[in-house]
Write a new protein. Sequence first.
Length: 94
Amino acid sequence: MVGAIAPLGLIRIGAKIRLMPDRDKETGRYTGEYSDEDFLNAITEQEGIAGTGEIADRIGCAHDTAYKRLQQMEDHGIVSSKKVGNTLLWEEVG
């Protein structure tokens, strides 16, 4: 059950269970942030190159969240991207 909420603030993504970001009590918006290291680890786990969707799945965030964050990281020279067919692949710079 992809994206199903498990007990104790956990979320199930495929076979993995991850902590859900905290929610602001007043607005209900998620307050959790993902670190650059989370994104780099997700790329490394995919043998150094991964698509946006694969990275989002590994981190447990929305595709759009991953894409925007990876774009910011690319602007800062942390990762680079290349388009292969309809897929944008990301890899660590360095």
